[in-house]
Design a protein around this ligand. Sequence first.
Ligand SMILES: *[C@@H]1O[C@H](CO)[C@@H](O)[C@H](O)[C@H]1NC(C)=O
Ligand SMILES: *[C@@H]1O[C@H](CO)[C@@H](O)[C@H](O)[C@H]1NC(C)=O
Ligand SMILES: *[C@@H]1O[C@H](CO)[C@@H](O)[C@H](O)[C@H]1NC(C)=O
Length: 493
Amino acid sequence: MCNKIVLVLVVVAIGKCHIHNKFPENFKFGVASSAYQIEGGWNANGKGENIWDHFTHNFPNSTADRTNGDIACDSYHLWKNDIALLKYLNVSFYRFSISWSRILPTGFTNTINLDGVRYYNNIIDELIRNKIEPMVTLYHWDLPQPIQDIGGMTNPLIADYFVDYATTAFYFFGDRVKTWITFNEPIKICLQGYENGLYAPGIKSRGIGCYLCSKTLLLAHANTYHVYKSYFKSVQHGKVGIAIDSDWYEPKTNSKEDEKSVERVLQMNFGWWINPIFSKGGNYPRIMRERIDKFSKTQNFSISRLPVLTSSEIRTIKGTYDFLGLNHYSSKLVKARTSLLSRMPSFDNDVRVDIETDPNWEKSALELMPVVPWGLRKLLNWIRKMYNNPTVYITENGYPDKGGLDDEDRISYHTQYLNELINAIRDGCNVQRYTIWSLMDSMEWTSGYKIKFGLYHVDFSDENRPRTPKKSASFYKNVIRDHGVPNIKRNIN
Ligand SMILES: *[C@@H]1O[C@H](CO)[C@@H](O)[C@H](O)[C@H]1NC(C)=O
Ligand SMILES: *[C@@H]1O[C@H](CO)[C@@H](O)[C@H](O)[C@H]1NC(C)=O
Ligand SMILES: *[C@@H]1O[C@H](CO)[C@@H](O)[C@H](O)[C@H]1NC(C)=O
């Protein structure tokens, strides 16, 4: 029981009430979405085909329920309604992505689709009218298909076409958009897209494709940053960063081998991206460079499967950030792998660790996403120590379930993670924003519509796609109102 009368009469009772753990004054809260997952309108008014359109249309078995994003939440039509949902939550910013193919149907700047420009102009204007800052992701996995047809992210020359697209977005929207994210989750783009082929474009090129992809992506990101800084920043005064995804990794035992495995898996997943951009020296992590060079030789490749970054490329990429976007959901246990190096090249074989989850961890609807709130604090502190405490925006954090409006488990997840975030801030981590994935239930890639992350429920069986707030929507509204989160007893690691 916690009300004013109790507070006045029994001061001791305060201790049992919801004491709120407060965030720093300038800390900001938001929610996120992405174009393919919510917009629909896949071929509406001049939009071109992208790799997710192509992938789901040609291989319907790629998603768990054989669905696609042709209509999704129909945000292409319902965008104004969605901004009203944001207004209800009273978020300070909304992270959404621009569909490259909606504004450049061929992928190239020779053809501009004015309907697409109008669509994003409307969203941006309506957000600003409602005092919600637009935070825009340029690339949330939906590469134009014509670009994939010439190699996609494995073609190094595509980096320049990405910069062209980004420049177009700065030109049209940069007067009002002040926070730009170049790429969302580069690890997923390169590994799921070009290593195991589970995601569009579905290329299986183990141990090779993912490394070609990473070089293109890093140069595309870096050159976009430079173009913004040279030609737009002095007028538009915005910031450019990248959203990198990482779990936290905990050693399975306290053996030296398991601890070394943790460091290696962090370096070869997260460090793969963060090291070239955020470290003093730049370049891929040394352990990654040396291992893949060595393994390539053993496997009789004449050159390393990890393309070299020249010293000029290293300089180009280094320091190209105004903030680090961090997508974080969960943690894993890591143990050393003892089997011999395989002759077959693969990313997994290059990293060579065994990854599992702890059966004692609280579960979610996805087996690989248990609830491990203290992992967030550890990851943030690792970033602080390794990379000179950069400005961090948490650009995604969220809980998957199978549906229902009474989503106590989601509330519990966010309560715990937000408490650990406050602990990390008290440790000295420079985290300035927090973003819940997601505003509403959406097309969750290969999970289709079976897995839900939304604060709002969407009825996908109704052609009007009605949205209904879940319990977690009012929870988050209160977090934003109180600028803090109910205190809880912390899970002891
Ligand atoms: C989908 O079907 C194709 C054959 O049409 C097959 O090659 C592919 O492996 C299947 N994908 C999945 C994820 O089952
Ligand atoms: C929304 O948040 C702003 C601060 O960001 C605050 O000034 C305003 O009162 C809030 N509105 C409502 C309806 O709570
Ligand atoms: C590499 O080539 C050597 C010499 O030709 C051969 O003995 C060895 O088995 C090859 N290694 C692999 C992984 O194929």
